[in-house]
Design a protein around this ligand. Structure first.
Ligand SMILES: [Zn+2]
Length: 319
């Protein structure tokens, strides 16, 4: 009996203490609220600021990415490594440098042929090759909206320059008139290149390497090379083609000697007066001469053009 009374007393005492605690807490509540409210307000402000900052950063990153894909240069932080294994190959040189061999040269801009290949094109012409040239864009530069380029005038001048250069080696020149700087966004590149190759029926295709390139390249260059690879790999392909010779490559496995045509080839850069003039012309001439010298030296010969030759049966989706 005693035990249960004392338990009751204890419970009563505990409940009384609890009531006292609650009463004290209630009395202190306004004070606590005064302390907590500013904290809540600050947390809310912080959250608002964070959201604003995220939107601002997101917009900036979006603009940078958008601009990267708008402007036409493409960058690799690390240049592509050459394919492995990458043995030197002779893409039937006896045929390549013979009378009547048909070559389709596919390029993105007027001047690409002179910048990357002129000495080789002259050697091919001298050995009797029939070079058919396809220029995919007009080089009108209209996408450089901040430079206020006169697209129509650029088109006229650059086509005329290309026709003059081509008169030294090509049997004909075809322009696809696709927009300069925007080639990679044209959906019918491969179809148009395929139709062109079907018409020309070449033995060899010369085009930009869309896969093994250095640290910087023009998106149009890559797109024109990709269009050629896709055209050749489309159903039915182009049966006349036996070899693809990629230029502007870091996967060199074939370096034809161009010692006999190097001087005339370098001089041809000057035909593209609208692009290469004054000091810039000299700088580019020097740079190209070095490139042909280095390519030749790597292949133990005089001046050379670095190419990646791929037998058509070995052409993969990558190139
Ligand atoms: Zn170009």
């Amino acid at each position: 009996m005693r035990g249960s009374r004392s338990r009751l007393w204890n419970a009563f005492a505990a409940s009384k203490r609890l009531h006292e605690h609650v009463a004290t807490a209630e009395a202190e509540l306004p004070e606590v609220e005064q302390e907590v409210d500013p904290l809540l307000e600050r947390a809310k402000r912080r959250r608002r600021n964070l959201r604003r900052r995220l939107i601002a950063y997101g917009t900036i990153v979006g603009l940078i990415v958008g601009f990267y894909y708008y402007q036409p240069q493409r960058y690799h932080f690390f240049a592509d490594k050459p394919p492995k294994p990458n043995p030197r190959i002779d893409p039937d040189s006896a045929k390549l440098f013979s009378k009547g061999v048909k070559i389709a040269l596919i390029q993105a801009h007027p001047d690409d042929s002179e910048y990357f290949l002129a000495p080789l094109l002259l050697r091919l012409k001298a050995s009797g090759a029939e070079i058919h040239q396809l220029v995919m864009t007009d080089g009108d530069k209209s996408f450089y909206f901040w430079k206020k380029e006169d697209a129509a005038e650029n088109r006229r001048v650059r086509e005329a320059e290309q026709m003059e250069a081509a008169s030294h080696y090509a049997v004909d020149v075809t322009f696809l008139h696709k927009p300069d700087g925007r080639l990679e966004y044209q959906g019918d590149n491969a179809d148009q290149v395929h139709a062109y190759l079907e018409k020309v029926q070449p033995d060899y295709v010369l085009c930009f390497d869309p896969t093994y390139w250095g640290k910087v390249n023009h998106a149009d260059h890559l797109a024109s090379g990709r269009a050629a690879v896709n055209a050749l790999r489309s159903p039915g392909g182009v049966p006349s083609v036996k070899w693809v010779l990629f230029f502007s490559t870091v996967g060199t496995n074939f370096t034809p000697d161009v010692s006999n045509t190097i001087d005339q080839g370098i001089e041809m850069l000057a035909i593209h007066k609208s692009q290469f003039y004054g000091e810039r012309l000299q700088r580019i001439k020097d740079g190209r001469l070095d490139a042909y010298y280095n390519a030749g030296e790597a292949a133990n010969e005089g001046y050379g053009v670095a190419l990646r030759a791929v037998r058509i049966e070995k052409l993969t989706a990558k190139g």
